[in-house]
Ligand binder design. Sequence first.
Ligand SMILES: *[C@@H]1O[C@H](CO)[C@@H](O)[C@H](O)[C@H]1NC(C)=O
Ligand SMILES: *[C@@H]1O[C@H](CO)[C@@H](O)[C@H](O)[C@H]1NC(C)=O
Ligand SMILES: [Zn+2]
Length: 434
Amino acid sequence: MSLRFCNSHSLYHLLLVLVIFCSISTIYAEANEDPTIRTMEAFSGYPIHESNSFVTNLASSLSVDTETLQKRIDELSTFSDTPAPSVTRVLYTENDVLARSYIKNLMGLSGLSVREDAVGNIFGRWIGNEAELAPVATGSHIDAIPYSGKYDGVVGVLGAIEAINVLKRSGFKPRRSLEVIMFTSEEPTRYGISCLGSRLLAGIESLAKDLTSTVDGQNISFLDAARSAGYAKEPNDLSSVFLKKGSYSAFVELHIEQGPILEEEGTSIGIVTAIAAPASIKVDFEGNGGHAGAVLMPNRNDAGLAAAELALAVEKHVLESGSIDTVGTVGILELHPGAINSIPSKSHLEIDTRDIDEKRRNSVIEKIHQSAITIAKNRGVTLSEFKIVNQDPPALSEKSIIEAVEAASKELNLTHKFMISRAYHDSLFMARYR
Ligand SMILES: *[C@@H]1O[C@H](CO)[C@@H](O)[C@H](O)[C@H]1NC(C)=O
Ligand SMILES: *[C@@H]1O[C@H](CO)[C@@H](O)[C@H](O)[C@H]1NC(C)=O
Ligand SMILES: [Zn+2]
């Protein structure tokens, strides 16, 4: 779940997520009076600061047109359902469709040949001298969760287009084709599925099937929404999105860090060596409920307390894993009926766990499951659901790409460090082509 609360407003620090790679920018702190900024801060947990400055110190023999790039980032941010400086751009809405046109137009201006698939992944290809070779691709997403910032994902798409422009201006002619990819719906905002476009590219058949019956919070089906945006014209044709293995020789993603580390250290480039593998779990407990005054303590089976106990168990199992890389979060905890004078008869938790070590993460999940069973038994409640919604494998960056990014950082005198990416990225799924 890429709840990417990215609200960075200046691009000093780039994180390169690899196989993949990714890049990071940065977050600026300052208390703010503007209600939009306050809302963004509340959503993100980070302070927001509007800054006009862009990367001005990217010394390079190739010259990046930072002014134009910044102008385009600013322009794209105006396709938003909430006021500036926040950006809200949800899959297949009017603003998403406008933003897609904007991207396709820029790809065209850069002389790329543009293709879209049935869910709206957009590909802009610069055909190389040896067009039969698997291309090198780069890209990211432009959809934006409510009240996010203008750099999340966008840097990896507009930055990639500018990188192509830089190479073209320099007179470079690629041997392999180079491709910019804009992935559909990296954010789970509308249909609850993160990295929807890249998951489908990775050929996940169950997803292609599920999407034909998936609806959003307004009961609008995925297929209807896709059609209204000009996609999914053939019924049930979503498997047409799947890519063949070997479709790309390498993939690199530039992304903002979405964390404070690079900025705090003043480091410019984070070179991602692995993407932590997320898993999410839904849990329901059911008890008898009852009146908060009438039912005495020994006679209760409180579904709310079972949930509270499980939340603490999640923390305990994660901490006991012995690795700083294991994390677990109970981000949703709902009680039913949710009245002050009513003993909760039902509770619902959603748990997110991540690790770079899949085995260790899965063992934490197993312990959480055992705890849920024990807690239900001890409290006399029913564990009516324990569902592992997704359990994605982690991705390790390719050594040669890590080395290439390191070498480039050195050549450009950019401070850099190796990092683990702990957010979802489309790279996680692009890594499956190897
Ligand atoms: C959602 O839409 C479908 C098809 O239009 C309809 O059959 C169903 O009753 C709707 N569900 C809700 C909760 O409105
Ligand atoms: C990096 O630093 C070295 C040594 O100070 C210098 O010679 C070189 O020109 C710098 N390179 C760039 C791209 O700024
Ligand atoms: Zn993102």
